[in-house]
Design a protein around this ligand. Structure first.
Ligand code: FAD
Length: 456
């Protein structure tokens, strides 16, 4: 059996970028996926990805059959549909991709770089020796044969299932469980319309707590006559079934009259800040397995590829030094936290406000009278701080006299977002400062939940 330096479990967006980066540097990389090769990349997804991710990662933009639509911006609809924020900005330029073709391109990049693909291979558990991960146990799905593989570093890129992370012993120093309250349960369909999409260049997001409690529903164009329509609800106790919510409240819209279902399905996405620590002795978590997803809109393809690239780079450096301990891999935490992680943590705070904190009535009022503005959304999506100067604060207060508590929460959200970003920018440079950092982060998150979420 071939010996690997690195075994990457999962050939999704995160795994392919990790494998590509590590293989390009000359490491022996095994890339394992339970799917057969031709199905890799197939994923229940909104299929939307920002152009800036391709620029950051040095990847070619989607083209040909892989490109379904070019996106110029987003439209956000208030629950009563009376106000629409149409936000166009370079930061929001992007693409709707044919997901399987995009996934197959990433897979080819990894394999062309030298990674060995073991497809139809179900990974069962990590192999632990002492206090370190030293390999994995897997099963060939076609032959049922058990396969034990050893390596120097294992990467959990198995997506939401986080098949390895969930089985790690606590001494490894990684949080194994993610609360259901930080997960959106989704249902999505791709539909051939009888007519044309209303806005072929825009991703449409609908805020509506009745239809998508503590989430939203979306209608994204896949070309001129197809849509990607879906919905996410927060997995709190007794959450409604996303499929029922979509069928009963969204697919009854005139747009979908006489439309034909092409494909549909349910899946989950973690919508919170990244795991506090994403490395342990001999193991690294990337992508959904590390909660590297934008907590507001659920976009995880871009961050997971960035996580994969950082993980690949740090693994190469760690192997050069011959140190794959938690400490030796720590740079990966730092690189991610100080870049996308800081933005993600800020957006996690904004999630407490926007998706969990305000009622439909407040959003209707807030959007109509500009208590929340397009500029706020744009700045937030860019990862910038929202600050209200005195004139702006006075304007909003005078408009929002009946909604002062909402304005107070918005101000608190803006303050806490700034504070958490500072914490993430100062992520400790070694495991030594980690416990103190974690304590401060959790205190801030608890405060955000208390001050911003509606249940209080
Ligand atoms: C409904 C929905 C809509 C979304 N919309 C968007 C969007 O519009 N834009 C966006 O950017 N993101 C979106 N996301 C999020 C995005 O899909 C993920 O964040 C992203 O795909 C994460 O990639 P990943 O590589 O971590 O995981 P995945 O893409 O899930 O890949 C994991 C891989 O691991 C493999 N695997 C799992 N278990 C095992 C095992 N035991 N053994 C071997 N292999 C295994 C799987 O087969 C899979 O190939 C959406 C998610 C959902 C659920």
């Amino acid at each position: 059996m071939k010996k690997f330096d690195v075994i990457v479990v999962g050939a999704g967006t995160a795994g392919c970028l990790t494998a590509k980066t590590a293989a390009e540097a000359g490491l022996e990389v095994g890339l394992l996926d339970r799917k057969p090769r031709e199905k890799i990349g197939e994923k229940i997804c909104g299929d939307a990805i920002g152009k800036h991710h391709f620029d950051t990662l040095g990847l070619n933009y989607p083209s040909g059959d892989e490109l379904q639509s070019r996106i110029e911006g987003i439209k956000i609809y208030s629950p009563d549909m009376e106000t629409v924020f149409q936000i166009e900005n370079e930061m929001l330029y992007g693409f709707i991709v044919n997901r399987i073709l995009f996934g197959q391109r990433l897979l080819k990049l990894a394999v062309d770089a030298g990674a060995t693909l073991l497809d139809s291979t179900l990974v069962v558990e990590p192999t632990i020796k002492g206090n370190a991960v030293v390999g994995i146990l897997s099963r060939d799905i076609k032959t049922e044969a058990k396969i034990q593989l050893q390596c120097k570093v294992v990467v959990d890129a198995s997506g939401f299932l986080a098949i390895l992370r969930r089985k790690l012993p606590s001494e490894i120093g990684v949080d194994t469980e993610v609360s259901n309250e930080d997960v959106e349960a989704c249902y999505r369909e791709i539909r051939q319309l009888d007519g044309h999409v209303a806005s072929p260049d825009f991703c449409e997001i609908y805020l509506d707590q009745n239809t998508a409690p503590q989430g939203y529903y979306w209608i994204f164009p896949e070309g001129e006559t197809k849509t990607n329509v879906g919905l996410g609800v927060r997995m709190t106790k007794n959450f409604p079934k996303p499929k029922d919510q979509l069928c009963n409240n969204v697919l009854c819209k005139p747009l979908f009259k006489d439309s034909v279902l092409i494909t549909g399905g349910a899946w989950c996405v973690p919508t919170r800040r990244p795991l506090d620590c994403m490395v342990g002795n001999g193991i690294v978590m990337v992508g959904d397995s590390a909660c590297q997803v934008n907590p507001i809109h659920g976009g995880g393809m871009g961050p997971s590829m960035m996580g994969g690239m950082f993980a690949g780079e740090v693994i190469v450096e760690a192997l050069e030094r011959g140190d794959v301990t938690r400490e030796g891999l720590w740079q990966y935490n730092m690189r991610y936290m100080q870049s996308y992680g800081a933005k993600q943590a800020g957006l996690d705070i904004f999630r407490f406000f926007l998706l969990q904190g305000v009622s439909d009535d407040e959003i209707n009022y807030g959007m109509k009278y500009q208590l929340i503005t397009e500029e706020d959304i744009l700045k937030t999506s860019r990862g910038e701080n929202v600050r209200l100067n005195i004139t702006e604060a006075t304007r909003r207060v005078s408009k929002g006299l009946g909604k002062l508590s909402m304005l107070r929460r918005l101000r608190n959200a803006a303050r806490l977002m700034r504070e958490i970003k500072v914490l993430y920018k100062n992520y400790p440079d070694s495991p030594k400062g980690f416990e103190e950092w974690k304590k401060k982060t959790h205190e801030l998150i608890t405060t955000a939940d208390r001050l911003l979420s509606r249940k209080q």
